[in-house]
Design a binder for this molecule. Structure first.
Ligand code: GLN
Length: 288
């Protein structure tokens, strides 16, 4: 068999992934090849006539087969970009999604305008730490706290904080409970939450790469998808300063039920849409 150059390898892998039903076969093929070669995607075009050594070609074929079987690209490369930052990911954590950048951007806006001297942000259910680390990196001066029930997730989140040179205080436990006695009541400017919100009965309808590979405990939101948020709201109300903000990422069809969790007069809440114009974020301001 003649050795294929990069262009040939990419064409063959793209075709293989297309047959397997992957959503973005060309992009996946490029990201995996760049990963195997330790280069960026531009290199694949600039040096398209290069023939990689057989070990690299074999390693690439293996990764393409795993992708064809459904494994997410980010788990195969161990990396995912979020907020322009590179995050380590693995099977213990949900892969950061582009739509979650909305939550970070809104939280950053609140923090930038926060009048208090001590600016505290708390990320609950931090997973890979993508939200917490982004807040710490992009809002210098904010003290960032983060919790998760899963020790495997916290290990990944700690590596991401170290990688980006920021201090995030991590605590293991349920929702905001681990911060009792750590942070005073009424002290936080912002609480961010991308908790599991897929209704249990809808899990089987998720795409195969999500359903079979990402941690179920990061997806399952109980009977109506809001089990975790329902418990979080009273805890957040206690921890937030007057005028502080609770952000909760949701699925579009949870819009009305999620808004009902943060009713007036104790909250002033609204829904923000993501880049595909779908309801994605509850922004709830605690009364002053
Ligand atoms: N956005 C994820 C999905 O649709 C769900 C994330 C979550 O439950 N927080 O797969």
């Amino acid at each position: 068999m003649s050795s294929l150059n990069l262009a040939g390898l990419l064409a063959r892998a793209t075709e293989r992934l297309r047959q397997s039903g992957a959503g973005s076969p060309r992009l996946d093929a490029e990201v995996l090849l760049a990963h195997v070669l330790g280069r960026d995607r531009v290199f694949l075009y600039r040096e398209s006539h290069r023939v990689p050594d057989t070990a690299a070609a074999r390693r690439y074929r293996e990764l393409v087969e795993r992708r064809a079987a459904g494994e997410p690209v980010a788990y195969l490369t161990g990396h995912k970009e979020f907020m322009g930052l590179d995050f380590i990911v693995g099977p213990h954590v949900l892969i950061p999604r582009p739509e979650t950048e909305l939550l970070v951007e809104r939280a950053l806006a609140v923090l930038a305008a926060w009048p208090g001297c001590r600016r505290i942000a708390v990320d609950v259910g931090t997973g890979s730490g993508a939200v917490a680390v982004s807040l710490a990196r992009l809002s210098p001066g904010t003290q960032v706290y983060a919790t998760d029930t899963a020790s495997g997730a916290l290990a990944v989140a700690r590596r991401n904080a170290a990688r980006h040179g920021v201090r995030v205080r991590f605590y293991q436990g349920d929702l905001l409970q681990p911060l009792q006695g750590v942070l005073p009541t009424g002290s936080a400017a912002v609480v961010t939450a991308n908790l599991p919100y897929v209704p249990s009965a809808a899990i089987h309808r998720l795409p195969r790469d999500v359903r079979c590979y990402e941690p179920l405990q990061a997806l399952d939101g109980g009977p109506d998808g809001l089990a975790h948020y329902r418990r979080l709201v009273p805890q957040a109300e206690e921890l937030l300063a007057p005028g502080g903000y609770l952000f909760m990422e949701i699925a579009p069809d949870l819009r009305d039920a999620a808004l009902a969790l943060v009713p007036p007069p104790r909250w002033r809440a609204r829904i923000l849409n993501d880049l595909s114009s779908r309801p994605r974020l509850v922004e709830a301001r605690k009364a002053r």
